[in-house]
Ligand binder design. Structure first.
Ligand SMILES: [Zn+2]
Length: 254
């Protein structure tokens, strides 16, 4: 079966914005791969960076396992992600390892530069992974095709100017909210950290609110919205529409 790759910056990003869609794709028989650029080393007030990274990589692995998926750590560092040669290589290595049919990633505009740089790196890797002469620094097999590429929504559903992103469609994820909650619940270390930094203990509630608010955009109880990358070279038809059928609501026709 074809492979789907969800590539986020930190462990727990994709659980907020795309886990429901991944659960629907897994139920259709697609092979799920989850990757993170960083190990989320800064996400703790008590643990040392290497310790919290180990904890968070395990949590991300557990989350992927909810969908019988495989987890990949690109090898990047929290709050240091930048569009440079090192990161281009490690990102392209993951793309070539998975050889995905469809890629989902962070949107180009989001509250954290780490997220935006990850978006740019994944977009670039999706394109250059099939260029045989691009050297990742380790043995890899170039991809044979350029995958479909989609961006999920930004945190708080807004760009850095406070405006909503121009989402193309939403996916009705009401039937798989239990899986989405189960995946987010794997990230136990983050509940404590967010409580400490934001003085707020509503990790799960916030995810549900954000998914509910995206549901409103498509007239369903819960939703996840996406923008399709339509740059030259990438497939231009909406494959997720063909796979997900009635679960997908077009926002461009509304
Ligand atoms: Zn993040």
């Amino acid at each position: 079966m074809e492979r789907i790759l969800a590539f986020s910056c930190h462990p727990d990003d994709l659980e907020f914005e795309a886990a429901g869609t991944l659960a629907l794709l897994a139920a259709k028989g697609y092979e799920i791969h989850c990757a993170t650029m960083t190990g989320g080393e800064v996400g703790s007030q008590t643990e040392k960076p290497q310790d919290i990274r180990n904890i968070r990589l395990k949590e991300a692995e557990e989350s992927a396992r909810v969908l019988k998926g495989t987890y990949h750590y690109a090898g990047g560092h929290d709050l240091q992600v930048e569009y440079n040669d090192y990161y281009r290589k490690i990102t392209t290595r993951v793309l070539r390892e998975v050889d995905p049919y469809i890629v989902l990633t962070q949107p180009p505009s989001d509250y954290l530069v780490d997220h935006e740089e990850t978006s740019k790196l994944v977009r670039n890797a999706a394109f250059i992974a099939s260029v045989p002469s691009f050297d990742c620094g380790v043995p890899t097999t170039p991809m044979k095709r350029i995958p479909y590429l989609y961006y999920w929504n930004a945190i708080d559903l807004q760009d850095i100017f406070g405006r909503p992103l121009p989402m193309h469609f939403g996916v009705d994820v009401a039937s798989v909210m239990d899986k989405k909650e189960q995946m987010l619940a794997c990230h136990k270390s983050q509940r404590d950290w967010l409580k400490y930094i934001f003085k707020w203990d509503a990790y799960m509630e916030n995810m549900k609110n954000e998914t509910r608010n995206q549901g409103k955009l498509i007239g369903r109880e819960y939703g996840e919205c996406f923008i399709q990358h339509l740059g030259s070279g990438h497939p231009q038809d909406n494959i997720l529409g063909r796979i997900l059928g009635d679960y997908l609501v077009d926002l461009l026709e509304k």
